[in-house]
Write a protein that binds this ligand. Structure first.
Ligand code: DLL
Length: 441
């Protein structure tokens, strides 16, 4: 397969591309964005001080807080007449963060997503079923423009109306499906209810992401649909989907579009780089953006990065799947765990289906965590009448034990009947934290 030239650049070539992009971006934000000018002045760093990639550590970090404080357009580096698109990230509370794109930004993003779809197995001329939500969320339009750029027959289905999605999949025969992993499970479940077999669709590849998912979930989805499911990562503040993408050949880490984004992996506490291969917080700096360049953005996402070569032939750094966001990490009696780590083990339990939710609450000064899982129809078919209550109790004991032995955490387990856990059409809600209020755009 033909690679973009930057995907197989040598380390030195990539460093040259990155330094040039970094110097341009730093000069631009210093000139155009009052916030950055002040922050750089305060840190006593000037654009001219960035002489090597290592000098990036002289620059201050950007957090979500600063983006909120400059809502809506205060962080834009382009004049409004040059901005052609706005998106916003789903905020958990208060105002969303707004990001802008110039025509060149849209072109660059489309090219990167086209690259990502190709990495995942898509080809020009084939049909792409895009079930990411269209709107302020970057998933729908991001994959849409990428699909068109690659020359695929792009179907803008968006999320929801699952019966219609199923009809269109049968009629249009897509080779690629895009959506959140949890929504794909939803589609499969509905297909089965309608007496259809998801393994018999034309779908060969999935471009799945926008939410944390485990390796076990990948295997489950691949088995259900008889396809290859690849992980796509991105965040609105940095661009949207396409910041990194897993190749279908190796399915072993996501290739970062390093020619457009510089990534650091830092210990969130000390802000020092962690050794290669170790988990830390991903921190991104734009190298080519016009309307919304961002400097050392603290993503809050936890992953590791490797420079080891990949069997697909790309030389770009790869990141591991994102374990989760720092904010979503549960700290239960001193033990840290991400829901995706729990998911990995949960999905090995035969009796339950891959839908679950964690409910966090407080009793007095004690945090309580309830894990809600759902049994499959098979469980109900095999366990009758009086046997049901003891079987449920036994299952919940088994899962509690599994979480204790594998994730080292104690949780209360509630076993729900089929369809007892809410389904998602976009990003799955895995954590319901009753100690916080939740708002999504
Ligand atoms: O979710 C962009 C996107 C759309 C990515 C479609 C992939 C596919 P936001 O709404 O701004 O943008 O949310 C970004 O979602 O910081 C991560 O916490 C999480 N996230 C995104 N992709 C993944 C992934 C889009 N593959 C936030 N694995 C990010 C785990 C992911 N988490």
């Amino acid at each position: 397969m033909l690679l973009h030239k930057n995907e197989s650049a040598s380390k030195e070539e990539m460093r040259t591309i990155q330094l040039e992009g970094l110097q341009k971006t730093v000069a631009k934000v210093y000139e155009k964005v009052p916030y950055y000018r002040e922050a750089f002045d305060e840190a006593r760093v000037q654009p001219g001080d960035i002489q090597s990639l290592e000098d990036i550590t002289k620059l201050p970090f950007t957090h979500k807080k600063e983006l909120r404080e400059h809502y809506p357009f205060g962080m834009f580096a382009a004049d409004q007449k040059d901005v052609v698109r706005l998106h916003a990230s789903s905020g958990t509370s208060g105002k969303p963060t707004v990001v802008g794109y110039t025509k060149n930004d849209i072109k660059m993003w489309s090219e990167l997503v086209a690259r990502a779809i190709k990495i995942a197995g898509g080809n020009p001329g084939e049909v792409l079923h895009n079930a990411y939500g269209y709107g302020l969320f970057t998933g729908g339009l991001g994959l849409h423009y990428g699909g068109e750029e690659l020359g695929m027959v792009t179907v803008p289905v968006s999320g929801g109306n699952t019966d219609r999605q199923i009809m269109l999949i049968e009629d249009f025969k897509p080779s690629v499906i895009c959506g959140t992993p949890s929504y794909l499970l939803n589609i499969a479940e509905r297909m089965r209810e309608l007496g259809k077999n998801p393994r018999e669709t034309s779908i060969q590849y999935g471009v799945l992401g926008a939410e944390p998912w485990s390796e076990e979930m990948r295997r489950t989805i691949e088995e259900i649909f008889d396809m290859k499911a690849c992980d796509i990562y991105g965040l609105s503040e940095v661009m949207g989907p396409g910041v990194s993408m897993e190749c279908h050949e190796a399915q072993d880490g996501l290739h970062i579009a390093e020619d457009h984004f510089f990534v650091e992996v830092l210990d969130p506490e000390t802000q020092q780089p962690v050794p290669e291969g170790e988990d830390g917080e991903l921190v991104f700096t734009s190298l080519t953006k016009e309307a919304f360049p961002i400097i050392r953005y603290r993503s809050g996402d936890i992953a590791s990065v490797t420079t080891e070569p990949c069997l697909c032939g790309r030389t770009t750094k790869r990141m591991s799947r994102v374990k989760g966001r720092i904010d979503d990490m549960l700290i239960i009696r001193g033990v840290n765990v991400f829901p995706s780590e729990m998911e990995h083990y949960l999905l090995t339990v035969e009796e339950i289906v891959p839908h679950y939710q964690l409910h966090i609450d407080r009793k007095g000064s004690m945090q309580t965590v309830e894990l809600q899982v759902e049994v499959g129809d098979a469980f109900y078919e095999h366990v009758h009448g009086d046997m049901k209550a003891p079987a449920v109790a036994e299952l919940s004991r088994k899962i509690r034990q599994l979480m204790k032995s594998r994730c080292l955490i104690s949780v209360d387990v509630t076993v729900k009947e089929p369809k007892g856990v809410p389904r998602s059409q976009g990003k799955a809600v895995r954590i319901v934290d009753k100690t916080k209020t939740v708002m999504n755009v």
